[in-house]
Design a protein around this ligand. Structure first.
Ligand SMILES: [Zn+2]
Length: 122
């Protein structure tokens, strides 16, 4: 399981995404969140788990760094694009959080610790 606060943040954005979808489409039944396998694994999640009440996480083969609200309704092209804009902001924040973690684990510029190049003797 990845860092708890990151997951809490992600779940909050997923819930907001579902809420926004359901508000725009009150006649749709939302049953899942779709993510690429790559994202599910790097977030420490599992396909098929109930990620929100009544909402199951599903590997959907879509683009990475984004999630899709899965429902039984039809969407016109305009609405799908609108949802993806919000998703990009979430993906960007997840990348920032991961970048912060990486910097704690590794020296910022390891190559600068290398000795200066040898000079030939005079
Ligand atoms: Zn829908």
């Amino acid at each position: 399981m990845a860092e708890k606060s990151k997951i809490a943040h992600l779940l909050e954005r997923l819930a907001m995404g579902v809420a926004a979808h359901d508000r725009e489409n009150p006649d749709h039944h939302t049953w899942g969140i779709g993510m690429a396998n790559f994202d599910i694994e790097r977030l420490g999640l599992e396909e098929g788990e109930q990620i929100l009440p009544g909402i199951v996480l599903q590997a959907d083969g879509g683009v990475t760094g984004a999630f899709r609200v899965l429902c039984d309704g039809d969407h016109d092209r305009g609405l799908v694009e609108q949802e993806e804009e919000a998703i990009d902001a979430v993906a960007e924040r997840i990348r920032e959080l991961e970048h912060e973690e990486e910097e704690e684990l590794e020296p910022a510029h390891p190559w600068r610790a290398a000795p200066p190049p040898l000079r030939p003797p005079l």
